[in-house]
Structures are given as C-alpha cells and as structure tokens.
Write a protein that binds this ligand. Sequence first.
Ligand SMILES: [Zn+2]
Length: 387
Amino acid sequence: MSTTDARLTGEVLRLTEELVRRPSVTPEDAGCQALLMDALAPLGFVVESMPFGDVSNFWARRGTAAPLLAFAGHTDVVPTGPASAWTSPPFEPTLRGGALWGRGAADMKASLAAMLVATRRFVASHPRHAGSLAFLVTSDEEGVAVDGTAQVVKELGRRGERIDWCVVGEPSSSERLGDVMRVGRRGSLNGALRVQGTQGHVAYPDKALNPIHAAMGALDALARRQWDAGNAFFPPTGFQISNIAAGTGAANVIPHALDAQFNFRFNTEQTVAGLQAQVEGVLAERLAAPHELEWSVSGLPFLTEPGALTDAVTAAVEEVAGITPEQSTGGGTSDGRFIAPTGAQVVELGPINASIHKIDECVAVADLAPLARIYENILRRLLPPAA
Ligand SMILES: [Zn+2]
C-alpha cells in the first residue's frame, strides 16, 4: 500500500469507527449526523437539519448552480440480534483479519465515511467545481421509512430544488468492490380480495352462494396470466397469491366469505393503475359474486437508464478498481425509490453486502480507500471545475 493510500485508508477508517461507535439502531441517529454535519459545514456546505417525527435527517448543499449531484444514505442500522453471538461487541468497532467489524460497518457507515472523505478531497482540489454537491442523510431507512428520505424529498420539491444525479451508498457489491451497481428495482403492489358468499348447507347449494367456487376461476385466471415479457433491464412481472382463507372447519357448511391476498413484483412495463385495471377486468369477467378489493403499494419500480450518471460510475469503478460493474435491478428496497420519482438519475454503489444485517457485520479495510477514490472520481467526472 502506498503512503497516500495508507493515509486515505486511515482517514476513512477513523470516521467509519466513529460512526459505528454510535449505536444508531433505527430510527435512532445517536449523534452520527452531527458528526457528518460538523465535517461538512467547514467545507462550504449549507447544512440543514430536517427532522420529521422522531426521525433525524439532514440536507447539506454546496453551491446553488445546476446540475446537482447528491450523495444519499442512512445513519440508522438494523438491530444487532443477540450481542453475545457477536465475536466482538457490535458497537465497539474492532479490527480483525483485515476487516472492520461492527453493526453498520457495511450498511452503510463505511459509505458515508468514504463519501465525506471523497468530498473533502474533491473540494480541496476543486473549490470552484461545476454545479452543486449535496448530502441527503436519514436515520429511517431500515425502519418504516415514512419520516425519512420521503419527507426530505417532498420538502426539496416544495422549494424547487431538483436532484439531477444521486449516488446512494448502499452496499451493492457482491464479490469484489464495484462489481455490481444497482440501477433500479421492481415495484411491489399488494391486493386483498374479499369474496362475499351466502352461508348454507352443502346439501342445499341452491339456497347458498359458495365464495370458493365463485373465486376459483378468477384466481386461476390471474395466476396463469402473463403480465408482460420483461424488458432489457427487468424480468417479467410476477403475480403470486400468498394467502387464501375460507371455510368454517365443518365439512357440511358452505362458507360465507373467502379472503385472498396477492402480491405483484412489477417492472417498468407496468403501472399501479394499469395492473389494478387488469385485475379488476378479470374479476368483472370471471367472478360472479359480490367482492371487495383493497390495494396497497409498497414501492414503485424505478430504473435509471444508461446516461451520464451510469457512465460516470462505470468509468470511475473501471479506473479505480479495474473492473466493469454489472448494472442490476435486483436486491431489496432502498431509499432510491423515493428519489428516483423526482426525475433524478439514481445509482446505488457501495461495499460488499455479504455480511449486512447479519451477526458479525464487517467491511474490508482494503476496500475503504478505493471506495473513497471511486466516489471522488465520480465527482470529478460529473462536476468538473469551471474553466
Ligand atoms: Zn442500507
């Protein structure tokens, strides 16, 4: 390791340790954001605390010009599970076997630290960079995610502040740092169907209405339907019935109602309204019993198509890590789902995710300096200094 890399590693490592030491179990922030805000203010950022409910958030922006590039992330972590199962205490950052161990080390305190160090270096060498640079940080990503990024994005919308490019520090990497960047994810839509029958004796079906018989054809049609064929970035939309309940337990009673729940994991070929209309069409055609249908959206799909941001991230990873990142739409949820609908291009890029949410979470020390270099490289490509 060269001296500069050793110094850079030390800088990111120290800051990551400071963050891991703060037991910020969601939605607690435990002082993590104050640490970041205090570091950003002297770099020329206008720093604003934006609490909503009992959630801490902050928005920090350097410059007023467009385009606006934002680093986004969360200071909260998932619960540790039994602390006694950890090799070293989860909130005592510990170096062992070339890794830093502790809850939140990989998800995503190392990313926040690397983003801050990258910003410090970038601002020092390019104080008059193009556009604006911002941090959007919440303490409610791992929890219900109601008073976090979603609210900050709304507030920015009210003010007319528009993010052009957003790099989320979620641990996207699989085997090697930078091997995967996330460019989107599928949406999730839940339906709860109640079919109303008329209870009666099985021997007198003409005096009853069997909701199971009434629903079967419609549910079968929904389960067999091909919703789309997917596209270049997403697999086909999936529909799964997750629960069916009906019956009194007695063999000789036609039940009074049937309840079914189902879920769509849908791609960008679909919209919520479009899926709802298709389901309602099938029910209108195939379900000859009174019924009610309730919907809830758990997330909209988003996709950042190839463009300036994906090009910059790809080139930065290639230059620093010597590999070309795969562009993926897999994985779980992240706050990217709240930022993408504003029209921003959003990419998630961060450390290896093998240990996240587990007992003995860790991040490789050797990845800290490259991660900061990648983030700094992205800044240099997208916010080049004014001529
Ligand atoms: Zn995370």
